[in-house]
Design a protein around this ligand. Structure first.
Ligand SMILES: Cc1cc2nc3c(=O)[nH]c(=O)nc-3n(C[C@H](O)[C@H](O)[C@H](O)COP(=O)(O)O)c2cc1C
Length: 214
């Protein structure tokens, strides 16, 4: 539980300069690939990105996407948004682009819910995120990107889908709470509010029954 509670999304303002050696990167990837996957399809592909020129192209992509994202907010919230650091593409030791490689044949369990293939890739990312934390390596997930442009830069086949663009590197200290909470962007949801008994209910009575959940 400690590893899960102390995992953080790490952005560019927290990475140290220490390089991550290949052996550790392979360990992280191995942790990712022990994840469950629908029908044992293992539909993941990973691209390790170290090259600075490539990363600069991804930063440009981020800047454009972030410009649009800024427009989602208004007034004080918009000003607050503009001050947030939301990626660590250049500051991290390396980037990892993770793709969904759709199946070429029928997959057990992937019929009525086609999206479960993508969920399998997310399971792999979560494994990697936790393993990284065990090595004191931080990971920041960047989703403010045009995925088609990322695919173009990394020469990824058309049918593959970007699931996560990750920035990884050693950090000196992990924050003890989500950074967005510390910066008053958002408060954590009470765990009990997400748990329902027998049927979905938005009533307080139902939620209050589960006091032990936090
Ligand atoms: C699918 C996904 C996409 C995310 N995209 C971004 C992002 O683009 N930029 C960012 O700063 N954080 C991103 N995050 C990190 C979340 O903001 C972070 O997980 C959340 O605030 C909770 O903080 P914690 O991970 O430190 O506990 C993303 C997280 C997930 C799971």
């Amino acid at each position: 539980m400690h590893i899960m509670e102390s995992r953080r999304d790490v952005r560019g303002n927290h990475f140290s300069d220490q390089p991550v050696n290949d052996e550790i990167i392979l360990e992280l990837l191995s942790a990712a690939m022990t994840a469950p996957s629908v029908g044992l399809s293992e539909p993941w592909e990973f691209i390790i990105v170290r090259d600075l020129e490539t990363r600069k192209k991804i930063v440009q992509n981020f800047k454009q996407a972030n410009q649009c994202a800024t427009e989602e907010f208004e007034g004080d919230k918009k000003n607050h948004y503009k001050q947030l650091k939301l990626e660590g593409i250049l500051e991290s030791a390396f980037n990892l682009a993770v793709f969904y490689n759709p199946p070429q044949e029928a997959v057990l369990g992937q019929n009525s819910m086609e999206e479960v293939g993508r969920y399998s890739v997310v399971c792999a990312i979560q494994n990697l995120w936790l393993m990284a934390r065990a090595y004191n390596i931080g990971l920041g997930w960047v989703s403010i990107l045009d995925p088609q442009d990322v695919k173009k830069v990394l020469q990824v086949p058309d049918d593959h889908e970007l699931i996560g663009y990750l920035c990884l590197g050693y950090v000196n200290d992990f924050l003890d709470k989500p950074e967005l909470e510390i910066l008053d962007w958002k408060k954590r949801r009470r765990k009990s509010s997400a748990v329902h008994f027998e049927q979905y209910s938005s009533s307080r009575t139902n939620r209050q029954q589960n006091k032990s959940c936090g």
